[in-house]
Design a protein around this ligand. Structure first.
Ligand code: GDD
Ligand code: MN
Length: 378
């Protein structure tokens, strides 16, 4: 086989026939689709259903114009992500396309992804909702979209190098070259298997835009539990960069309080003392981060002065806004300064981390690409 289409399914019976029909016809056009003839494609369902879906898959397989196989898992380890990995292990194609079974991922895009993988000799082709003409329209509700955007931003901040060229690390629609991926190193859980694949090792990645459609039938299986699983996955994939960032932040806080105490001790008013303490710790934090957190990102980012000025401007503003917020919340709503301060510091920690990775240490190549995209209006 040239291409195995891996489709994880959980109670997707009414979608199976339509999905297989459209995959087959996408590869059945005149000429060759992505350099692959219909004879080179098979479909592999990895099914964890609790309903009659397996029977439906078997029924569709009999009449299908291309080979359709199914793995039905009695123990659905790792949920959707585990199903995808099981599919990648069993894929016989040189390339494996992973797509949802509900037709939110248009089968007509599959040959384009395959073609792109071949011409770019990529290990992974990401079908992106957030690139060029791509669109996340099918994500139901403003809330889901917000969550999707925010979690994507967080992921890219935590993996600024590996996800440098990836606008949609959360997509469930992608191509992999199974031979290039160390499947044994993966710890699949939740919904975000692509992120896991990209974060574990360095791979050659390219993207193709696509429009995320509406479900053909049935309901989404996404849940809050899966969202929480995602956060756990992110932190355990990447304790590398965030933990020294946190340690430096903690050291900075202690230093800040010490300066405050000393200055007040020699009779300085608390407001100028706070300003001096903040300024000093912003500078020391920056220098420590340069050395211990972002050393590998310095080449290819702004020059030293550019990084320093951005960092100083942002952190200075952040400290000022945070002080005002503290005062406002304590006066108006929650009369516990320590509690409010603790929450604000936590929020500020995440915001600062995102800013440092996305702006201060953002690779020049990514900035140039973003500018080019803005110009062409794609
Ligand atoms: N085998 C198996 N086991 N399949 C599952 C499981 C499971 O536990 N849970 C869900 N699936 C299958 C569904 O049957 C469907 O084919 C596909 O995985 C996606 O599930 P949906 O329930 O349709 O998820 P969604 O549309 O909300 O989420 C999709 O979009 C996200 C991006 O916003 C998925 O593609 C996610 O992977 C993607 O991150
Ligand atoms: Mn879906």
């Amino acid at each position: 086989m040239d291409v195995t289409v891996v489709v994880p399914t959980y109670n997707e019976g009414p979608n199976v026939a339509e999905l297989v029909r459209r995959i087959a016809s996408a590869f059945d056009r005149d000429g060759d689709a992505g350099g692959v003839t219909p004879g080179g494609v098979d479909v592999l369902f990895v099914d964890d259903s609790t309903d009659g879906t397996p029977d439906e898959i078997a029924r569709v397989a009999e009449a299908a114009p291309l080979p359709v196989r199914m793995i039905h898992r009695e123990r659905p380890d790792g949920g959707l992500a585990g199903a995808v990995v099981a599919g990648l292990r069993a894929a016989t194609g040189e390339l494996a396309v992973v797509m949802d079974g509900d037709l939110q991922h248009p089968p007509e895009t599959v040959p384009l992804l395959v073609e792109r993988a071949r011409e770019a000799r990529a290990d992974v082709v990401v079908a992106s909702r957030y690139l060029g003409r791509g669109d996340a329209g099918g994500l139901d509700g403003r809330y889901r979209r917000l969550v999707s955007t925010a979690s994507g931003l967080l992921a890219r901040s935590m993996f600024p190098v590996k996800l440098r060229d990836v606008s949609d690390p959360m997509t469930g629609f992608f191509v992999v070259r199974p031979a290039a991926v160390d499947l044994d190193a993966l710890r699949p859980r939740g919904f975000k298997i692509l992120l896991e694949i990209l974060a574990r090792q360095r791979l050659a990645v390219v993207e193709v835009p696509f429009v995320f459609g509406e479900r053909f039938a049935g309901r989404s299986k996404a849940s809050v539990a899966n969202g929480l699983r995602y956060l756990r996955q992110l932190t355990s994939l990447r304790f590398g960069r965030m933990s020294p960032f946190a340690v430096i932040g903690a050291v900075g806080s202690v230093l800040n309080l010490a300066i405050l105490a000393v200055l007040q001790g020699v009779g300085v008013h608390y407001l100028p003392a706070v300003i001096v303490a903040n300024a000093v710790t912003i500078v020391t934090n920056f220098l420590l981060q340069e050395r211990f957190v972002f050393a590998d990102l310095r080449d290819g980012a702004y020059r030293f002065s550019g990084r320093f000025l951005r960092s100083f401007a942002f952190n200075g503003t952040e400290a000022a806004v945070r002080t005002l917020l503290l005062w406002w919340i304590v006066e108006r709503a929650v009369p516990y300064p320590e509690l409010v301060q603790a929450v604000l510091i936590l929020v500020a920690f995440v915001v600062r981390f995102v800013f440092q990775t996305q702006v201060v240490y953002r690779p020049r190549a990514a900035r140039a690409a973003a500018r080019a995209a803005d110009r062409t209006g794609t």
